[in-house]
Design a protein around this ligand. Structure first.
Ligand code: TXE
Length: 484
């Protein structure tokens, strides 16, 4: 298979890294073979990209929002017309299934551009009247050059979720996609070119977090950093950005509770729990990896859930029948397998799965792990507390509402939660007691982009979505006009 060699995208041009000839190998997770080489960019590359973004900012930030919106609509249309090509590339690069890449990653990336293209036109500013005294209104302006750092689990979706509101608000940016999954970000640059996006509005620098990422976070002329990734990295970025007092948004990990009461719609709860446990190989920060089931239906739930988990097709990500593709990278697969071993040591029962899955032919070196269901562990065990980010869930019984709430809240994370009950009052009571950024009642992963999105505790800082993203990507000023 041929290897694609990426270049950075700076000031509207594809250019080699200043660090000539130095590349990072990126593997196809399903085969374990190198399929992309990404430039190991340095501070000098980031400096060049920031300079280009600063120059572009002068005109882009002054462009009427209708014009900026038109560019976003055009980008959305072009990306949509290349959906299949992008989805196939995302599969090769990330290991996810073609069904997920098509319907979620790329489809929603298109929607990100389209959504913010519309939103920027309709956003309104607050006006306040102090009777007889003064009228105040809000003025907004873009922040400048934004540093956008994205992870490997939903590569294009999470990157475009940052780029769209960033440039719609009049900022320019330098992006640093994950070194494990840079291919679709690279392809996106050709979409920008085709859409006629002015040079320097979006720049892409590829490379490692330690080199290119760090250079972006510490750059004095990048006043804003939007980061999605691991909590440890997030804390490091927070510390590194202190010197320049940067605006910071951190979307970090999760260890989300999925609470199932005995008055739920049982079939729906089981079906959705399969998806919330194993979709995208469990590599979604919103996956419900701790399942709490009321003791009255605990055994019934296991009897229904475990055979379904066992029957999920793990295999070729390009096959539309496959439900679980490959984990993103070797180190990550080893981490997931380490947690399964830890579960054994902690006294857990591996109800299904529990191992790497070895496939045949060219997939024999792929990073596949069987969907794994673990019972018998206390909710305080390491496996039930730490983010595994793979196709591994723990299931625990609970006695009553209060215990379910206590279990759910006993976590360093606070990203999301699902609650299953047909009793509306109970569902509301429980939802309002959970310390997270999003609670889904009788559903999972439904996203209304107008709603705030983000986490509490170790899951992050700040909120994204509609006005919340626009607030982050702009500075706000109150202008108070006296009546006298
Ligand atoms: O992410 P990192 P990793 C969780 C998941 C996973 C763990 C680590 O549990 O196992 O995080 O994954 C860049 N300065 N999530 O190691 O390191 C890096 O190059 C600036 C949850 O892959 O956080 C990449 O572009 N940038 C998560 C991005 O940060 C730095 C999704 C994310 O990488 C940097 C992914 C530095 N010093 C993993 N170091 C979610 N919330 O969805 C790294 N980077």
């Amino acid at each position: 298979m041929s290897v694609t060699v990426l270049q950075n995208f700076i000031d509207g041009e594809f250019v080699n890294s200043v660090n000539t000839g130095q590349y990072i190998d990126s593997h196809n997770p399903a085969t374990g073979k190198v399929h992309v080489k990404i430039p190991d960019s340095t501070k000098a590359d980031v400096n060049n990209a920031v300079e280009a973004a600063q120059a572009a900012f002068k005109t882009w930030s002054k462009l009427p929002r209708t014009r900026r919106s038109n560019f976003l609509y055009r980008i959305a249309d072009i990306l949509e017309s290349r959906l299949k090509e992008f989805a196939e590339a995302e599969v090769r690069d990330q290991g996810k299934t073609i069904t997920f890449a098509t319907n979620v990653d790329i489809n929603r990336s298109v929607y990100n551009f389209r959504y913010f293209a519309g939103h920027v036109l309709h956003a309104e500013e607050k006006v306040g009247q102090l009777d007889g005294v003064a009228m105040s209104y809000v003025q907004r302006w873009p922040v400048g050059v934004a540093g956008l750092i994205s992870p490997w689990n939903l590569p294009l979706y999470l990157l475009t979720w940052k780029i769209a509101p960033c440039i719609a608000s009049g900022n320019t940016c330098v992006c640093k996609p994950s070194e494990f999954t840079s291919l679709t970000a690279y392809m996106l640059c050709s979409v920008f070119k085709e859409a006629g996006l002015p040079n320097g509005v979006v720049n892409m620098v590829f490379g490692s977090g330690q080199s290119a990422g760090e250079a972006l976070v510490t750059h004095p002329n990048v006043p804003l950093i939007s980061f999605t990734g691991g909590t440890v990295t997030g804390k490091h970025i927070m510390a590194s950005s202190v010197k320049h007092m940067k605006k910071l948004s951190l979307e970090l990990g999760g260890k989300n509770a999925n609470i199932i009461f005995d008055d739920c719609n049982f079939e729906q709860a089981v079906e959705t729990s399969i998806r919330s446990s194993f979709w995208n190989q469990g590599e979604i920060c919103l996956c419900g990896s701790r399942i709490f089931v009321q003791e009255t239906i605990y055994q019934k739930f296991l009897d229904a859930f475990i055979p379904k988990a066992r029957d999920l097709v793990v295999g070729d990500p390009n096959d539309s029948k496959t439900f679980v593709g490959a984990l993103n990278n070797l180190k990550h697969m080893e981490k997931v397998l380490m947690y399964i071993d830890l579960a054994r040591q902690e006294g857990g029962v591996i109800e299904c799965g529990g191992s790497r899955k070895i496939l045949q032919g060219e997939l024999s070196e792929g990073y596949f792990v069987e969907p794994t269901v673990i019972t018998g562990l206390p909710p305080t065990s390491r496996v039930a507390q730490e983010e595994i980010f793979g196709p591994v869930v723990t299931v625990h019984p609970f006695t009553d509402e209060q215990q379910a709430i206590d279990y759910a809240n006993d976590s360093p994370y606070g990203l999301s939660c699902s609650v299953w009950s047909e009793n509306d009052r109970r569902a509301r009571r429980v939802s309002e007691s959970i310390q997270v950024g999003t609670v889904w009642v009788n559903c999972w992963l439904i996203r209304d982009l107008r709603m705030p999105f983000g986490g509490t505790k170790a899951s992050g800082l700040g909120r994204e979505g509609a006005d919340y993203s626009m607030d982050f990507f702009t500075e706000l000023k109150t202008i108070c006009l006296a009546n006298f």
